[in-house]
Design a protein around this ligand. Structure first.
Ligand code: GDP
Ligand code: IMO
Ligand code: MG
Length: 440
């Protein structure tokens, strides 16, 4: 175990506030690594009131001293990456150049124009049963990876051969779009002309990141592994088929970086003080509007990637406990506690009831899940602002009890508490967290 390294995972349906936690920890980190997912992620970092949303780039990129790595498990869209690099450069954060701070794995798969088209066609064909994907081509790209027909960044070394394979891939996709989905074909020349310049820009950033990471680890560098999405969106353990197409837990970090489980350091699970979900799929504690709308408005719950309104509901501790157990989570970083200020009573879901029986975990089948009802415990709220709280003792008594109840039900200590979006708006009690973990 590497004591000074950390792994950050979302323990709900994504958008827990991972970006902020990673930005905080990156200040004491040498290498930040993204390991799975792609530009479906939207990680927000707020520094000095200025908001940056990162999709493909690791959220440690704003710390000039950190080296950032996009690992082999990430699916990379060169067009999205170029857009993001331009946006950062316009804000004064230069990544490429003599002190290049980004390396992309030569084993990472490329999100091709065909993948984005197929994502849209497949969602349209599903109609009301659609997953509600981010339409970033993630599912089709991982499908090609698994069926061994994808293109990887390493192939950008020979752009002539790459262009030929890209054209073949586009021609094949056009047959699928026409034959399976009755959708319009892609203009192959136009797509190649749009895509290749971004590939040329990406090519010099591509390297054997596995070897690089092994050397950095041997040199005693501090690592930060950045999870994307959330454990309930995991391809295996999430609410299938309403999930993303990668492993969003520690398994994805290991497979997607080329490092071992011994090197993950402490595993931090990010939990929002209530629940949100974007897209389709079961959500037991969802609040119907207008109650949900109150949380949405107060919490600014609109997708960082797609701008879609997020579905909102109470905290589901059955889901959080399940996600924590799956990943050996050492400590919780609790975010957005400030958003609950003003609620007179705050229900938290502590169990489910299925066909008259109380259960304490998530059933795998959607039809069972559809028959579950949440069992709530009602906790008293607080009216005071949390904005100035910097120690747990500063919190109103009921806010402290809320945090303690989360620790008791999940069995995981809370080491950080977010009281606002800014970098400094946090109660950091990692020492208390460690003591709690030892006592457990
Ligand atoms: P991620 O995908 O897990 O990184 O989360 P997102 O960036 O998609 O969404 C989290 C949102 O919550 C962002 O707008 C953050 O700026 C904001 N945020 C994070 N932590 C806190 C907090 O403790 N309080 C408040 N009010 N906002 C927070
Ligand atoms: P971050 O990293 C929230 C959801 C989509 C959809 C499902 C599948 O910001 O937490 P996909 O495009 O991956 O095929 O969509 O997963 N989804 C996310 N929801 N936060 C994310 O990332 C998400 N990434 C994917 O809304 O329901
Ligand atoms: Mg997000």
């Amino acid at each position: 175990m590497t004591a000074s390294s950390s792994t950050v995972l979302g323990l709900q349906w994504g958008d827990e506030g991972k970006g902020k936690v990673i930005d905080l920890l990156a200040a004491q980190t040498d290498v930040v690594v993204r390991c799975q997912g792609g530009a479906n992620a939207g990680h927000t970092v707020v520094v000095g009131g200025r908001k940056t949303v990162l999709h493909l780039l690791p959220s440690g990129i704003l710390h000039e001293a950190a080296d950032c790595v996009i690992g082999n498990g990430v699916v990379v869209d060169p067009l999205e990456l170029a857009k993001e690099l331009d946006q950062l450069a316009a804000g004064g954060c230069v990544v490429e150049g003599p002190r290049n701070r980004l390396t992309v794995s030569d084993r990472a798969h490329l999100v091709l124009p065909c993948h984005v088209a197929l994502d849209a066609a497949s969602e349209a064909a599903k109609g009301a049963g659609k997953v509600g994907t981010t339409l970033r081509g993630i599912g089709p790209c991982y499908t090609d990876k698994a069926s061994r027909s994808g293109l990887r960044t390493g192939e950008l070394r020979d752009l002539t051969t790459f262009e030929r394979r890209l054209r073949e891939h586009l021609a094949h996709t056009n047959r699928v779009l026409a034959g399976v989905y009755q959708a319009a074909p892609l203009d192959i020349d136009a797509q190649v002309a749009r895509y290749l310049p971004a590939c040329r820009r990406l090519a010099p950033l591509v390297a054997d990141t596995t070897g690089f990471l092994h050397r950095q680890m041997a040199a005693g560098k501090r690592f930060l592994f950045e999870g994307a999405q959330g454990v309930l969106l995991d391809l295996d353990h999430g609410t299938y088929p309403f999930v993303t197409s990668s492993c969003t837990g520690v398994g994805g970090i290991i497979a997607g970086s080329g490092l071992s489980h011994r090197q993950l350091g402490q595993v931090i699970g990010v939990v929002k003080a209530y629940s949100t979900r974007v897209g389709g799929g079961p959500f037991l504690t969802e609040l119907p509007d207008p109650q949900g709308e109150i949380l949405r408005k107060r919490g600014g719950e609109y997708g960082a990637t797609t701008g879609r309104p997020r579905r909102c509901g109470w905290l589901d501790l059955v889901a959080v406990r399940f996600a924590g157990r799956l990943n050996g989570v050492d400590a919780i970083a609790l975010t957005k506690l400030d958003i609950l200020t003003g609620e007179p009573v705050i229900p938290v879901c502590v169990a489910y009831e299925l066909d008259g029986r109380r259960i304490d975990t998530i059933p795998s089948r959607l039809d069972d899940l559809a028959r579950c009802t949440p069992v709530y415990e009602s906790l008293p709220g607080w009216a005071e602002s949390l904005a100035k709280c910097r120690k747990r003792a500063d919190l109103p008594a009921n806010a402290r009890s809320y945090v303690e109840r989360i620790e008791a039900i999940t069995g995981i200590p809370v080491g950080w508490i977010g009281v606002g979006p800014g970098r400094d708006e946090v109660i950091s009690e990692t020492a208390a967290g460690a003591a709690l973990a030892e006592a457990a």
